[in-house]
Design a protein around this ligand. Sequence first.
Ligand SMILES: Cc1cc2nc3c(=O)[nH]c(=O)nc-3n(C[C@H](O)[C@H](O)[C@H](O)COP(=O)(O)OP(=O)(O)OC[C@H]3O[C@@H](n4cnc5c(N)ncnc54)[C@H](O)[C@@H]3O)c2cc1C
Length: 388
Amino acid sequence: MVPASPAPQQALSTLSDDERLFRASVAEFADREIRPLVRAMDDQAAIDRRLIDGLFALGLMAIEIPEAFGGAEASFFHAVLAVEAVSEVDPAVGVLVDVQNTLVINALRRWATPAQLSACLPRLARDTIGAYALSEAGSGSDAFALTTRAVRRGDAFVLTGRKLWITNASEAGLFLIFATIDPAAGYKGITAFLVDRLTPGLTVGRKEDKLGIRASSTCELILEDCAVPAHQVLGEPGRGYKIAIDTLNEGRIGIGAQMVGLAQGALDHAVRYVKERRQFGRPVADFQGVQFQLARAATEIQAARLLVYNAARLRDAGLPFLADAAMCKLLASEVAERTASLAVNLYGGYGFVKDYPVEKFYRDAKIGQIYEGTSNLQLQTIAKHVLA
Ligand SMILES: Cc1cc2nc3c(=O)[nH]c(=O)nc-3n(C[C@H](O)[C@H](O)[C@H](O)COP(=O)(O)OP(=O)(O)OC[C@H]3O[C@@H](n4cnc5c(N)ncnc54)[C@H](O)[C@@H]3O)c2cc1C
């Protein structure tokens, strides 16, 4: 008897019906609700509150939160699809969705106690934005050199220090803050705390005036005798380094998705433009030199997308994905920069002015090589894997 042939392997880029419908609904929302606001939000360096409400209403701020807590109970891959689709229109909104889902909610789902889950997840699903506060002025790539102190006092830990570069800080209601309970213990002193915005002693400080993703808030966080009840430690005291490593490894895939979306958004604009723009009596798209540039960009985007999708699917399958996540962020951020630069070039002089959308993609692309681990740090992770 001939054995039944195995089910054909699906292509990495093949989406299930559910994934396809989800992605289409996010893309439709982004086109209808985000696109008209992109220019104004970039100029004003702020995300429209009504838009944030819309993101919550569509379930995009609670993608992996279980339905019992008011979330969509979907997969990490869905979160990646959402970040990609939103970032095609506005990468600044993309990172808002990304930090909420791939860092804050992810950390809670893995490490929170049942009481913490009940206290935080319904809020995050309903209307509360989360922020992830690890970096400080003196500790970026060397994140565990952080100096924010947490000192035990009775039933609380008292936090003192300053955090820098905290995405979503202007809007956030809940902060995941990393501090050390024992500087002498090195990384083994790092502890993660769930801190409500209204906690006395917590102040959101200066908002950065940025090159790109300007609508996304990036602020300093000042902690002065900020007493956080001990039951708001996430995981165990001294295990914060593990929470940071695990969440950032996954968050990196989200940034890869943000950069793939950005690159696709820039390419789509460029393609439309070169079909319309006429020089030498023909559309610019007729020139083979231009066609080949577009073909190369499309190829690079697809390669980056496949790396992102593969890393996300590995993560959902519970398989190792550390090097894959680093590779996808490294490549996607470089492709985003190259594609956005090409789009500016193909718009000619119009690419250099704010009346057209591509200069913003060019500015927005740069951050992909910096946050959630610079490109050098991704190369370090990949090199360790190669040399192992
Ligand atoms: C817009 C924005 C949003 C951010 N959002 C957040 C957030 O929400 N939460 C948060 O905690 N942080 C956030 N960050 C901080 C971000 O993660 C850090 O900026 C990043 O990790 C780099 O750290 P750094 O800026 O201190 O640079 P540094 O670590 O000082 O690096 C400077 C340069 O040295 C290189 N370098 C450093 N070490 C090595 C090495 N060992 N080998 C080779 N090269 C090396 C780096 O690649 C880089 O080119 C954000 C930053 C920005 C700009």
